[in-house]
Design a protein around this ligand. Structure first.
Ligand code: ADP
Length: 255
């Protein structure tokens, strides 16, 4: 694999007294598709929130595309990152959340256009063109002037994906994006993720409880347990032939 797009080194994270990540070392390759599985509370969401700079590590370092997330080079050596630097680093990272997080007062098209215009300072016409392309890609080309509350949960989640894709991230993070959806809407969202994955280029990290889906699209599966990566390998190994009893026990809940 080429130079990693994301690199964790001995990352620890505590909330108060509770240590939820206990030393994470992880390299994610430039176009790798990684599924993150593990029991509730094992630290999966925290791992990806750290990458999105929504949390800072208690100790250890994380780099995205060769840039340290919280510190930048200056003539005095490494200093705490300023907003401008963080904005630049975040430009490489897209995230889709469980609860969509769309702006309710903006149309679907405006939801997609706002970050390219305000964060990347792109021209409105450029942002509009790409937003329309991405909305088409997620199958919502005919809904662009509607507002989020006029859409189903599955459609909202597809808008959230288009909105992230418009920013051309190098790595995209998906945090249990189907778990707030009615069961009949899960398929359409997974289908869009599958399409994005097949295109290849971008790295993807998915926190998921959909084991069949992980088996289908992931190159690599990480099993997180109690703040530690306990198993790391191809899906054929981790999901289909799990070695440890704890992993077998965890997977047995999904069959
Ligand atoms: P998972 O995604 O595997 O369910 P999380 O990363 O969401 O696990 O959470 C790991 C642990 O950290 C949980 O016990 C959770 O309650 C705790 N936690 C997560 N975020 C916070 C927070 N902001 N403040 C306090 N505790 C938190």
């Amino acid at each position: 694999m080429g130079a990693p797009i994301a690199k964790y080194r001995d990352v620890h994270k505590s909330f108060g007294e509770v240590e939820v990540l206990k030393g994470i070392d992880l390299d994610i390759g430039p176009s790798e598709k990684v599924a993150l599985i593990g029991p509730s509370g094992s630290g999966k969401t925290t791992i990806i929130r750290l990458l999105m700079t929504l949390e800072d590590p208690t100790s250890g370092t994380i780099e995205v595309n060769g840039k340290n997330l919280w510190h930048m080079e200056s003539k005095n050596g490494l200093v705490p990152a300023n907003e401008k630097y963080l904005r630049e680093v975040r430009g490489d990272i897209g995230m889709v959340f469980q609860h969509f997080n769309l702006f309710p007062h903006m149309t679907i098209l405006e939801n997609c256009m706002t970050a390219p215009i305000h964060v990347k300072k792109e021209r409105k016409e450029t942002a509009k063109k790409r937003s329309l392309e991405m909305l088409e890609k997620v199958g919502l080309g005919d809904k662009v002037d509607l507002y989020p509350n006029q859409l189903s949960g599955g459609q909202k989640q597809r808008v959230a994906m288009a909105r992230a894709l418009v920013m051309k991230p190098k790595i995209m993070l998906f945090d249990e994006v189907t778990s707030a959806l009615d069961p009949e809407l899960v398929g359409e969202v997974l289908e869009v993720i599958r399409d994005i994955a097949k295109e290849g280029e971008m790295a993807m990290v998915l926190v998921t409880h959909e084991m069949d889906f992980a088996l289908d699209i992931a190159d690599r599966v990480l099993f997180l347990n109690d703040g530690v990566i306990e198993a790391d390998g191809p899906p054929s190994e981790i999901i289909e032939n799990p070695e440890s009893e704890r992993l077998q026990d965890f997977l047995s809940r999904f069959t």
